[in-house]
Design a protein around this ligand. Structure first.
Ligand SMILES: C[S@@+](CC[C@H](N)C(=O)[O-])C[C@H]1O[C@@H](n2cnc3c(N)ncnc32)[C@H](O)[C@@H]1O
Length: 273
């Protein structure tokens, strides 16, 4: 098959692999039956490092965390969801959405073309009105989103998962500005970011080197996500990885339990406008 995800889009395969693995566990935190065909079509990523294996535990926790945030938004009456940098996410197919919910997935054109072909080959049927939008988050993605039917007058649940670190600081800030401009009152935002200590920890060095070598370097971090998001009009709350792991009955990831100021952090954030 041509058009396999490459460069930064290849990172989506690693996340789908984690979801595939979790789906095979009897006590899994979610089930994602489309993860396997997507991974197989993309080509499995082998030789994952120790840090990569630990990252997979995080991808599983964060998937469930954001599943819950999005279903809560729908239960609260929101009928428009936008997944920015959706990658190989299949929430449109596996979560129990209200029938009249519109869900938009934005990602780079090659990734979108690849994913749409695999989903069509699988005969996958979304459980809401799903639209894939091919656009670069560094460019005029709001135009593409609006053209696809997004309505800025309706409250929206936004998800920005696993991508802000790949954007330069000014590009990430511009994404947040635009999300703010497109958010009607009552909108919600869920997002993930990391702090600089996370980027710089020695255990991450091999993964960082590999990402850099595949044009997928991490370019940004944030030290205080609540303050950062307040600058874009959001009242945000952080959920700590350790608390999330405990609440889901999973082992606390090794780095997550440190209460040391300046320790490595992955920020899982939910915010109201
Ligand atoms: C680590 S994956 C995360 C995918 C998905 N959110 C998930 O958690 O499964 C990063 C995704 O960001 C997308 N991405 C990176 N830079 C982008 C950009 N400038 N515009 C749109 N998408 C981008 C990649 O194509 C890839 O699908």
């Amino acid at each position: 098959m041509t058009g396999l995800p490459s460069g930064v889009s290849r990172t989506a395969v690693l996340i789908a692999q984690a979801r595939e693995g979790e789906s095979a566990r009897p006590s899994g935190l979610f089930r994602d039956p489309l993860a396997r065909p997507l991974v197989e079509a993309a080509g499995r990523i082998d030789g994952v490092s120790e840090a990569g294996r630990r990252a997979a535990d995080h991808f599983v926790l964060r998937t469930r965390y954001f599943d819950d945030r999005l279903t809560e938004a729908a239960a609260a009456g929101i009928r428009q969801v936008v997944l920015l940098a959706a990658g190989l996410d299949t929430r449109a197919f596996r979560l129990d959405w209200p029938e009249d919910l519109a869900l938009f997935e934005v990602d780079l054109p090659d990734l979108v073309a690849f994913k749409e072909k695999v989903l069509a080959d699988q005969g996958a049927q979304p459980r809401c009105a799903r639209k894939a939008v091919a656009a670069d988050l560094r460019e005029d993605w709001p135009a593409a989103l609006t053209e696809a039917g997004f309505d800025p007058e309706r409250p929206t649940a936004w998800l920005i998962e696993g991508v802000l670190m790949y954007l330069a600081p000014e590009d990430g800030a511009r994404v947040l500005e635009r999300v703010g401009e497109l958010s009607a009152p009552g909108s919600r935002l869920s997002a993930e970011h990391v702090n600089e200590a996370y980027l710089r920890q020695p255990a991450m060095k091999p993964a960082m080197n590999r990402l850099q070598a595949t044009q997928a370097a991490w370019l940004s971090s944030v030290e205080d996500p609540v303050d950062w998001l307040a600058g874009f009009g959001w009242r945000a709350e952080v959920t700590h990885q350790a608390d999330l792991a405990r609440s889901l009955g999973r082992p606390v990831p090794p780095m997550a339990d440190s209460s040391v100021v300046g320790a490595a952090r992955i920020w899982l954030v939910t915010a109201l406008s």
